[in-house]
Design a protein around this ligand. Sequence first.
Ligand code: COS
Length: 385
Amino acid sequence: MDFDISGEQEQVRNLARDFAQREISPVAREDDLNEHYRPEITQKMADLGLLGAPLPLEYGGAGLDYVTYLMICEEIAKASAGVFTTCLTVHTSLFQMSILRFGSENLKQRFLPRATGGEILGCFALTEPNIGSDAADIELSARPDGSNWVLRGNKMWISNGGIADIALVFAQTDKTKRHRGITAFLVERGAPGFSSRNIHGKLGLRDSNTAELIFQDCMVPSENMLGEVGEGFKVAMYALDCARLSTAAACVGVAQASIEAAVKYARERKQFGRPIAGFQLVQEMVAETVAETETARWFVYRAGSMKDKGQNFVREASIAKYYAAEVAVRAAQKGIKIHGGYGYSNEYPAERYLRDAIGLQLYEGTAEIQKLIIARETLGVAAFV
Ligand code: COS
């Protein structure tokens, strides 16, 4: 058991931290207010090697282990959970990791170097207007037509959906087989019959794009199938496992941001003739949040190191996502309490951390789904009955 962070990990973490503080933090409030996505931040991250960190060098990645990638996730999310969502959990964990694991050499060559280089952005289209947690029950259909497949149906709440160049789309190719009848396709923007509609008014993660995707008899060439016919559910589950780890790391980042903002405020704010940092009830809130955040951080690293060693990390990914998201929400709530009335206004970032943490808690499987997975893995039962 080795709890030491290597010199390279420290270097990469500092690089991500410096970048986030220099390029993301100064615009995070403004972009949250205006629901604004900045493509230039994505491109700068690509230039620094932060867009394909866990991808091999041969596909333009940085060839880093997953734990180091999780450190990057934490630092970027600390500045903006929306930028993290766009560039890391969606584009890297869900989109690129799926292609790396299930793509033919042709698909990897076609898409990965452009994705790691920031030339194209990906999205992951699983959720539908009627289907969220029960991912095996999706309705969007794909039927073969010569050397193409024809997709019909809609996807909902798709992060990056309105700005992505390529969508990883999950479709039913045989409804009678439930999860074994799902197939994954890479659909390029501009494919006939493919359009998107941006969704506005989200509570948090407002500097990230979210859209509905519409497929009206959209033709997709067979070579754009990711994996085999009927293998789509496996692709989705693998991608979600990878992304639950990165989102858990992001939750640690948001919790850390809440702590730092609260500590700064508590040292400056005076009541009853002294800084509120001197009051034990404030100290209690800080201490609880620090203890929980440190615990979450080290569990996230442990889960990541299991992935790096090629071990099964399904249970650990769900524990990490569930626990770290709860910690982020609690940390943000306490951060607001410490700020008092100022924490309730967007003059300070405390309220943004809470709105963002609630978003992180919902996507890639709600807290309830993570608990069901942990229970199933522990009890050894297959079905949720
Ligand atoms: N990793 C790899 N394989 C997995 C897996 C995982 N995490 N979870 C399930 N599988 C496999 C099972 O082993 C099973 O394989 P076989 O076909 O070989 O038997 C198959 O997938 C079906 O599993 P299961 O019967 O357990 O599927 P269920 O439909 O009961 O439920 C859950 C699976 C609930 C875990 C899945 O639907 C899920 O994760 N839902 C949440 C979806 C989500 O996160 N949505 C967020 C939006 S996307 S950002």
